[in-house]
Design a protein around this ligand. Sequence first.
Ligand code: PRP
Ligand code: ZN
Length: 293
Amino acid sequence: MSDCKLKVALQKSGKLSEGSFELLNKCSFKLRPSKNHYLIETKELNSSFLLIRDDDIPGFVDSEVSDIGIVGENGVFEYILDNPKHNLEVITKLGFAHCRLSIAVPQDGQIKSIQDLHGKTIATSYPASLRDFLAKHNVQAKILVMHGSVELAPKIAIADAICDLVSTGATLKENKLVELEVIFESEAVIIGNKNCSAEVKEKINELIFRLQSVIEAKDSKYIMLHIDKSQVGKLQEILPGCESPTVLYLHGSEDKVAVHVVSKEGIFWDTISKLKSIGATSILVLPIEKMMS
Ligand code: PRP
Ligand code: ZN
């Protein structure tokens, strides 16, 4: 593999940043963010990580300051609406930082439908996404752009509604707001630039391979147990995603076997009870660090 540098843009702090660091560190990157660090260089894949505001990431990748970035899908959507001639591409979804961009209104207010927003003021950090939504619904409303504390706008009477990211819903609740409409469902994604060189592309592919092997392993478990030979068929019904289990004979036993399977579904206590009900014993459930298919 060539030794060009891979330049990655990450959110400096916030929900996306936590997930990004966790995922990369599971791929042996050993990134330790600290308050005054804006650039982390690492020998792993000869890469450098630029820590910036998430809103700046699509622009950095589009202008090739960074080769790739980890960002919320909603941030990419917003950027694309504003920059129709962009060169960005979404390379892969990452399965964390799930949230939605929603319009929210005061709990006990007069706004009950999208049409009620007509003539009102809506505060948001995502003006292009909101403008696009309002136009599609034929609603004329004033957009007030704010880069933080959007949820406070109705309380201090500078807006009638907000359009902001909702994850757990705690922020809305604290501010006595309720969701009126979901505009966009989002999760973390990796974006790249369509014009990147073949050398960079090769590096990106290697990184994606590593990330995906960790993501795939996250929900999978390696299960070992002892069971009567005749019950192996039933095991497959209980453990979804285990197509072909490994069956090993136990020394000195005619009908008991040891079964090893990888189950791609979450294993919960009721799964264990079901396994016990068909006579499984010595059940071990192990986490899987990486899965490479
Ligand atoms: C988002 C959003 C809300 C909050 C919602 O902020 O702006 O304030 O998360 O999450 P909740 O539904 O779980 O309460 P984020 O943490 O992404 O920070 P940022 O807006 O500064 O980027
Ligand atoms: Zn942000």
